[in-house]
Design a binder for this molecule. Structure first.
Ligand code: F6P
Length: 524
């Protein structure tokens, strides 16, 4: 028992993969992306059943409802209109308003780049958290090398003052524009950092110059104004655009300024191509819908508890962080939106890192650990070509392909023995070591293949993830657009903050009371 790896629970994939014709049936295409899922434990018959299941869950009708602007976010009584920010929205009442919002941002972005604010903006300090931070951070890293036309960006999200201090390190306030992004304009972290930024600006440029250095993005413009943002510098976003789906809205203002109009337009166009595909393609050809079916099969039917995102593209290194919010905040729920029972596993634990770094860290567990994860590789075929670093780019791809193959095929004890013998290792050592080198294999993975990392392909990729998340929510019977689970902790943090100050003393859990007391002692 002690010497076996996985005890056979990974074997099923190896058996399924031996089926013939998998390459045709399980290589799925959408705009700018190919998803090779041939190494996933899904048989042709299960896939056929999933298509039938998807119809019974009214997935097609749900997609139609999304693009019709119907109320798909029941618990908040709203449509979900992120896709309408990228086109395909002429039939919506809000189309004109959305276009005006985009124009206002574009005009401001042009003015900033043209130096029309009365000072040269060298840096934008983008303050926001969650959906008001993760998308812009991801896209900045991904597209800055190709589309960088304006100032540099710095980000500040955490309420830990260390984050703010780091964000302004070496910054000249005279050439900095602070953009405060908060859909609700109530989020404590953002409020706290915005306050620090305001104080910093007053100290450095003086109260009279303050307004020139500030802008805000919110769906509550009145709150932004009350806070002190100049009225003509408040860029609205619609309440029907969810935070984690909002990078395309005014939330992307800092990106629009920094990347320039061409890159931004291409980014939206790539997403719009994916929207059209998701809206119009039949389920059996619909990339996000098929991926959602696979998710349902893996996580909800086979109870695979985790998905590890392995971005073999340095510029997409923030993808795991972004997907953590997108997928876990959307579908990490145990309340069904309609009738019926929820599956035991809803959203998998989404985690990951950039390849090849993960190989020298947690891949050990992925190869030999006892828990199952589904690995999702993201590669770009032109890695290193534009940068004239062909060899390194090719090695990066080879590593991704090798990891995925090793996950599947593993290594038997006999193979390990042969390898050790070839290296001239003595027989006693071979006996002792070979069992530890045994890798059962049969570990699931998908390979997402992009032609390149361009504004268009990245736009398509992010939109694909959004639609897959939505479609998976529909298969699960979950509302992927609310996030009630984050509220309780927020309220309790406020209470505990007051309790530490001694102004409120509610009867709390004894561990928290001890921590409050300890903190009071330490901070006297
Ligand atoms: O804490 C969760 C959350 O509400 C996210 O859904 C959201 O993206 C984030 O906080 C930030 O919210 P806001 O943009 O309103 O500051």
């Amino acid at each position: 028992m002690a010497n076996t790896v996985g005890n056979g629970k990974f074997q099923i994939l190896k058996e399924i993969v031996r089926e013939k014709g998998r390459n045709e049936e399980f290589v799925w295409s959408g705009p700018h992306i190919e998803a090779d899922v041939t190494r996933q434990p899904i048989s042709e018959s299960s896939y056929e059943e999933l298509k039938v299941f998807s119809e019974s869950q009214k997935l097609t009708e749900s997609i139609d409802a999304l693009f019709a602007g119907a109320i798909v976010n029941g618990s908040e009584n709203r449509p979900a209109l992120h896709w309408a920010l990228r086109g395909n929205a002429d039939h919506l009442d809000k189309a004109v308003e959305f276009a005006q919002q985009a124009e206002a941002c574009a005009e401001f972005a042009n003015n900033v780049r043209a130096g029309k604010l009365g000072f040269e903006v060298k840096t934008i300090l983008h303050i926001g958290i969650g959906g008001s931070d993760l998308g812009p951070r991801l896209i900045w890293d991904a597209l800055r090398p190709i589309g960088h036309k304006g100032p540099n960006l710095r980000f500040c999200a955490n309420i830990d003052p260390a984050d703010f201090i780091e964000a302004i390190e070496g910054l000249e306030a005279e050439s900095t524009l602070v953009v405060v992004v908060s859909k609700s304009f109530k989020t404590p972290e953002t409020q706290a950092n915005a306050k620090l930024a305001r104080e910093w600006l007053i100290e450095e440029v003086g109260e009279a110059q303050l307004n020139k250095h500030m802008a805000a993005v919110s769906s509550a413009p009145d709150l932004a104004q009350t806070w002190g943002a100049p009225a003509d510098r408040i860029f609205p976003m619609d309440s029907a655009v969810g935070g984690r789906y909002s990078v395309w809205s005014s939330v992307g203002l800092s990106l629009m300024i920094a990347l320039g109009n061409d890159a931004w337009t291409e980014f939206l166009a790539g997403a719009s191509e994916m929207d059209t595909h998701f809206r119009d393609a039949p389920l059996e050809e619909n990339l996000p819908a098929r991926l959602a079916m696979l998710d349902y099969h893996l996580h909800s039917q086979r109870n695979v508890p985790s998905r590890v995102v392995l971005s073999y593209a340095h510029r997409l290194r923030k993808l795991p962080d972004f997907l953590q919010q997108l997928e876990m905040e959307s579908n990490g729920k145990s309340a069904a939106s309609g009738k019926g029972e929820l599956a035991d596993t809803t959203a998998p634990i989404t985690w990951g890192s950039v390849g090849t770094l993960g190989q020298h860290s947690f891949h050990q567990l992925l190869h030999q650990g006892t828990d199952r994860s589904s690995a999702e590789f993201i590669v770009s075929l032109n890695a290193g070509l534009k940068e004239r670093k062909q060899e390194n780019g090719q090695a990066l791809l080879a590593n991704a392909y090798a990891q995925a193959e090793a996950f599947l095929v593993g290594r038997s004890e006999a193979e390990a023995e042969v390898q050790l013998r070839e290296k001239g290792v003595d027989e006693d050592t071979i006996k002792a070591r070979a069992p530890h080198m045994h890798m059962e294999g049969g570990r699931a993975s998908s390979m997402f293949i992009l032609e390149d990392i361009s504004p268009r392909s990245v736009g398509a990729l992010i939109a694909m993830y959004e639609h897959r998340t939505f479609a998976y929510g529909m298969l699960l019977g979950i509302n992927p657009f609310d996030q009630w689970g984050v509220e309780l902790g927020k309220v309790m943090a406020e209470e505990i903050d007051k309790a530490i100050s001694g102004s409120e003393n509610k009867d709390r859990d004894s561990t928290t009371l001890r921590l409050i007391e300890k903190t009071q002692q330490a901070r006297k």
